[in-house]
Structures are given as structure tokens and as C-alpha cells.
Design a protein around this ligand. Structure first.
Ligand SMILES: Cc1cc2nc3c(=O)[nH]c(=O)nc-3n(C[C@H](O)[C@H](O)[C@H](O)COP(=O)(O)OP(=O)(O)OC[C@H]3O[C@@H](n4cnc5c(N)ncnc54)[C@H](O)[C@@H]3O)c2cc1C
Ligand SMILES: Cc1ncc(C[n+]2csc(CCOP(=O)(O)OP(=O)(O)O)c2C)c(N)n1
Length: 578
């Protein structure tokens, strides 16, 4: 007898799925039993279903292919939800298999009964219930195609009894494996964009993750427009490297140079970005936005011309319509400002032997220097995000993952697990917060059990430090943010990882080198300074507090210990320290 579960597994394999992240439970037993019989399909056993979703999301990000997670009914798949939100908002193709209680009990408030079709509505494009065996291939194929075509999460809800019944329907081949078709906007819209850009004197480009695979086209258009390029965080890995036009990031964690280049332009060209903070967009500049999803255009700021298209193809069609190179004064000034800002940041990344704790900037800098040329970095939300944004360098081969859109803590370790499972040969490094690590610490066991040689660097500041920054900036005294931590290197050792603790700068490099060279999972627990925020006289706590940190026109200073009110400050004087 061929069961529904067997057809499910065959369909996944037919579409190139190589592994499933999950945790079993009775309603899922039919599915796991079928997986057991197929050596080519790996079961990556996690300790918390949220981690399965984060791991699948990381795999999907890196491969741009469908990744899969599976959980048992009720609490089993409910645990997915935060991880699936992250996948969906990061727009990566993930299929979640949510098993369900027996069909005869549905609607009776039976043991463990939930309604995934409703629960996952906000974090999926599709959620289909398989109530009859013969439905499975069609519902499954719709879910998989939707996840791939719309880039996001799709679920199938599969009752345990249906999974174990006989199924005569055959596995369905999807007919495609990814959605990377090039889209070119119509000539009318291209002409409008070209007219706007040709009339401008100072163009700035804001480039995001949609620029992946368009590095050459990006540089060409920057040259033609003599435009500085500001990158959004998720775009960092694709935009910043080998890029003489890059002037840094904008936003709260950004650089003054990124902010300045945006504010000083008279035309902004936004490419493949959903940079979310409206106050960092220039109010008076004209704007052209290119995005393959039309519904994204004009979402964060008023846009004059919207081009629905892929960056590569659209820039290819736009360039011939642009006038020859513009005057380069705006570009030159922006680059000079960036070089100054960069130098200031670099001065902070130092470690004086014998002092303790370490500067987190120094930890990030040394880690960047020690890491492999094709390393994957996964980064926790919290202050590790600041250090990653400022000190990690990319080259077109390294990758960067974080919960950038959903902003969830604890992503770094499970994302590292997914990255490592998909790319066993690459070095995978999680930059973890001490709060973030503790939140899904059971996943250390996942790394050991699945023989995934991830490297975890803990920025151990004994605090939820990023929240302290938020509290102080809102005029609130830090409360509830202390963390009483164990020696994480000892915890790691007890779990079966290689563990080492770093308390002084001179210990850092040797410890990182040992951990990175270790043939298995390893954790480096580094004692770092807690961020202490001071408010400059130009801004009162109430001003920021009234809006919330993300809504204010502020950047963190290079040191990350001061909030700078960009609305009030003469950027050149204040930020260049004159
Ligand atoms: C603690 C914390 C602090 C943060 N601070 C900052 C900050 O200071 N600065 C900052 O920049 N970010 C910051 N972020 C991240 C921020 O929230 C956003 O997630 C990020 O800025 C979005 O980057 P993006 O626009 O490159 O990517 P996305 O949000 O993923 O947007 C990409 C866009 O490109 C489109 N697209 C995809 N492929 C293509 C294609 N081929 N052609 C055309 N369009 C395409 C998509 O439809 C989408 O609209 C922070 C996040 C956290 C967690
Ligand atoms: C799941 C979740 N809970 C709470 C928050 C709010 N939050 C954002 S950053 C942060 C602190 C992170 O602490 P830690 O991982 O120790 O990093 P640190 O900022 O101390 O370096 C918190 C609590 C969140 N983003 N996600």
C-alpha cells in the first residue's frame, strides 16, 4: 500500500527537497516513518519547532530553493509560528507541514486541537487542509508552487489518520524549482524614470537585497549617474563589496554618511529595497523605485515613478535612456564623508591587552579577519546586529543572515543550523547575543546530534543590552534587562561542543582560530562591554521617547553609546567630531 505520507515524501524528493527540519509527534508519525525509509531525504531533528522554521528559512535564503519543516499537531506546529513569521517576512520559500488531530475529532475541541488554517494566516501565502487522501498531491503542489512563486511560507495541514491512509494519486512534478524570471517594465514607465533622473543634479541610490545578482549593473548605473550608493541592511552582502560608490548604511544602526547621501540628493533611485523607516527618506527629493513586486512601491515614502521589474533587467533597459555621466561633485563629497566615518569606526575596534571585558567592535573586527572567504554569518537581533553592520566585510562569496524584517531574537543559532545543513563545506558562524542564545539554547544539542560544525560566538554582556539602549533613549531607567549568565563555554562543553571563554583581548584571536579550525561545533564565549547610552544635549529623552527609537530621526554614534539627533545636528561638525 502506498500511503499519503509516502506520496508526500516522494513529491518532495521529486522537487529536489533534500532535508526536513522537525520534531516528531504522533500525528506526524506516518510522515516520519516514510522519511525513515528514504535515505536521500534527511531528517534534521531539532529541539524546538521554532528552530526548524528558522533553519528552513536560512536554507531557503542561501539556496533560493524551497526548504521544508515539519511539526506535530497543536503545540508541535504552534511552536513554528515565530520562525515562520520570520521566513514569510524575509520572503524565502518555505513549506511547513503541520500535522493535525484525527479527522473524526476535528471541531470537537479535541486533545491538542488547533486550527492552523487560521493561526498561520498572517505568516503564509497559502494553508491547505488535506482531508481526503487523493487531495494530497494537488494541495501539496499548490502549496509548494505558491511558496516558490510568491516567495514566502505555505503550509499543508495533514491529519495523522489521513497521512497513514492509502493513496492512489501519483506524486506531482512542479514544473519549476525557483522564481527568478527577469521582469522589464514597459517603455512608457522607463522613459518617465529616465526623464526624472536626467533632470536631477544629485542622484543617490538606495540599494537593497533585490540587487542580488546585479552587482555589475549596479556599478554601471552608479557610474553613469555619478551616484553614491547607500545600502539597506539586507542588501549589505550583495551591494557593499568591491563597490567604490558605496557610502554605508542608513537608519538607526547606519552611518552618518549613508544618512547624509540620502538627504543631500535631489533624486533618489531605490533598487530592490523595502528599507522600512520613512524618516530616513529625503522629503524633498524626487523618487524612482524599482521593485519586482509592484505592491512594495511607494510603501515607505512617496514615489514619483515606480518601475515594476527586476533590478538587473530594469537597469539594463534604463541605462540606454540616461544622459551621459553627470557632474561628480555629489559623489565625491559623499565618498569623502564615508571615508571619514569609516576611519572613526575603525578606531573603535581595538583591544588593549590585559583589559576586560572586550570591546564588541574589536570582537567583530577580529572575527571578520579570521573567518573564511566564503563564510556564512548569522546574526542575532540585539547589539550583535550593530557590530555585524559595521565590521563584517563581504566579497560576493560570504553570506549574511538575520531576522531583519521580523526582528526576532534567537535566530542566529537555528539559522546557522539550516545554513550548515545545506552547505556542509562552508564555515558557518553565529554571532549570538547572550539573551538570544539562551532563548533557543537547546539547539546546541541539535548541532551536536546532527554533526553540524557551526561556530557560535557569544557577545556576552550580561544584559539585554539593545533593550537598555531603547529604554534609556525613551527616558526610562533600564529594568528587567540584567542577565545572570553561566559560563557559556562550559554549557557548550557539557552539550558536546568545543567551548572556550575569552575574557581579555589577547585571548580572542587564538580562541577564534581554535574554534574555527575545530572539526565539529564550537562556541566562543566572549565577555564584552555592556552598551551604556548617553543622551547628547541636543536631544531630550522625551523627544525620542515620544516616537520610539525606530521612529526617531536618530543614529547610534559610532561607539553605539550615544544617540545622535540628526534633525538637530550639523552632520559634518557633530559626526566628524569637529
Ligand atoms: C535591530 C535591528 C536594527 C535594524 N536597523 C537597520 C538600520 O539601521 N538600517 C537598515 O538598513 N536596516 C536596519 N534593519 C533591517 C531593516 O528592518 C530591514 O529589514 C532592511 O533595511 C531591509 O533591507 P532590504 O531593503 O535590503 O531588504 P528587504 O526588506 O528584503 O527588501 C527587498 C525588496 O527587494 C524586492 N526584490 C527582491 N528581489 C528583487 C529583484 N530581483 N528585483 C527587484 N526587486 C526585488 C522585494 O520585493 C523587496 O521589496 C534593522 C533590523 C534589526 C533587526
Ligand atoms: C523574541 C523577541 N523577544 C523580545 C524582543 C525585544 N528585543 C530586541 S533586542 C533584545 C535584546 C537582545 O539581547 P541579547 O541577545 O542579549 O543581545 P544584546 O542586545 O544584549 O547584545 C530584545 C529583548 C525581540 N526582538 N524578540
Amino acid at each position: 500500500m502506498t500511503t499519503v505520507a509516502e506520496v508526500l515524501v516522494q513529491t518532495l524528493m521529486l522537487s529536489g527537497v533534500e532535508r526536513i527540519y522537525g520534531l516528531p509527534g504522533d500525528s506526524l508519525n506516518g510522515v516520519t516513518d516514510s522519511i525513515r525509509k528514504h535515505k536521500e531525504l534527511k531528517w534534521i531533528h531539532v529541539r524546538h519547532e521554532e528552530a526548524a522554521a528558522f533553519a528552513a528559512g536560512a536554507e531557503a535564503h542561501l539556496t533560493q530553493r524551497l526548504a521544508v519543516c515539519a511539526g506535530s499537531c497543536g503545540p508541535g506546529n504552534l511552536h513554528f509560528i515565530n520562525g515562520l513569521f520570520d521566513c514569510h517576512r524575509s520572503r524565502v520559500p518555505v513549506l511547513a507541514i503541520a500535522s493535525q488531530i484525527p479527522t473524526p475529532e476535528l471541531g470537537t475541541n479535541y486533545f491538542q486541537e488547533t486550527h492552523p488554517e487560521q493561526l498561520f494566516k498572517d505568516c503564509s501565502h497559502y494553508c491547505g487542509l488535506v482531508s481526503e487522501p487523493e487531495q494530497l498531491p494537488r494541495i501539496l503542489a499548490i502549496a509548494m508552487r505558491t511558496a516558490i512563486a510568491q516567495r514566502g511560507v505555505a503550509l499543508i495541514v495533514l491529519p495523522g489518520d489521513v497521512a497513514m491512509r492509502s493513496c492512489s494519486a501519483k506524486p506531482v512534478a512542479l514544473g519549476f524549482v525557483s522564481n527568478d524570471s527577469g521582469v522589464v517594465p514597459p517603455p512608457r514607465d522607463l522613459a518617465a524614470a529616465a526623464a526624472l533622473l536626467n533632470a536631477a543634479k544629485r542622484v543617490t541610490i538606495l540599494a537593497g537585497a533585490g540587487c542580488a545578482g546585479s552587482h555589475a549593473e549596479l556599478l554601471q548605473i552608479a557610474e553613469q549617474l555619478q551616484a553614491p550608493i547607500v545600502h539597506a541592511f539586507r542588501g549589505k552582502e550583495f551591494v557593499e563589496y568591491d563597490n567604490p560608490y558605496d557610502v554605508g548604511m542608513t537608519g538607526l544602526l547606519g552611518f552618518s554618511s549613508g544618512y547624509r547621501a540620502m538627504m543631500h540628493c535631489d533624486a533618489l533611485l531605490a533598487l530592490g529595497t523595502d528599507f522600512p523607516y520613512p524618516q530616513f527618506y529625503p522629503e524633498h527629493a524626487k523618487k524612482v523605485q524599482i521593485d519586482v513586486r509592484g505592491e512594495q512601491i511607494g510603501r515607505r515614502t512617496v514615489v514619483d515613478v515606480g518601475l515594476i521589474g527586476t533590478v538587473k533587467e530594469t537597469l539594463g533597459a534604463l541605462r540606454p535612456l540616461l544622459a551621459p555621466a553627470k557632474d561628480g561633485a555629489h559623489l565625491k563629497e559623499s565618498i569623502a564623508h564615508y571615508q571619514h566615518t569609516r576611519k572613526d569606526l575603525d578606531h573603535l575596534a581595538v583591544g588593549k591587552p590585559g583589559t576586560s571585558p572586550l570591546r564588541p567592535e574589536y570582537v567583530a573586527r577580529v572575527l571578520d579577519q579570521c573567518a573564511a572567504a566564503d563564510a556564512v554569518f548569522t546574526v542575532d537581533v540585539g547589539t550583535p546586529s550593530i557590530w555585524a553592520a559595521r565590521y563584517l566585510q563581504f566579497n560576493g562569496r560570504r553570506s549574511l543572515l538575520g531576522s531583519w524584517s521580523h526582528g526576532s531574537m534567537a535566530g542566529a543559532l537555528p539559522q546557522a543550523i539550516g545554513a550548515q545543513a545545506a552547505f556542509p563545506q562552508r564555515q558557518v558562524i553565529a554571532m549570538a547575543g547572550d539573551g538570544g542564545l539562551a532563548m533557543l539554547m537547546g539547539e546546541l544539542l541539535t548541532a551536536v546530534q546532527n554533526r553540524l560544525p557551526v561556530k557560535i560566538v557569544v557577545f556576552n554582556n550580561s544584559a539585554l543590552a539593545f533593550v537598555e539602549v531603547e529604554m534609556v533613549s525613551a527616558g526610562i531607567l533600564p529594568f528587567g534587562t540584567d542577565l545572570q549568565n553561566p559560563d557559556f563555554s562550559k554549557v557548550a562543553e557539557a552539550c558536546g561542543l568545543f567551548g572556550v571563554r575569552v575574557e581579555r583581548p589577547e585571548e580572542l584571536k587564538p580562541a577564534l582560530e581554535r574554534a574555527l579550525a575545530y572539526d565539529g561545533p564550537a562556541l566562543v564565549d566572549v565577555l564584552v562591554h555592556r552598551q551604556e547610552l548617553s543622551m547628547p544635549p541636543s536631544i531630550t529623552a522625551g523627544q525620542v521617547g515620544g516616537f520610539g527609537l525606530y521612529a526617531a530621526k536618530c543614529v547610534l554614534s559610532g561607539r553605539g553609546d550615544e544617540i545622535i539627533d540628526l534633525a538637530k545636528v550639523n552632520l559634518f561638525d557633530r559626526l566628524l567630531g569637529r
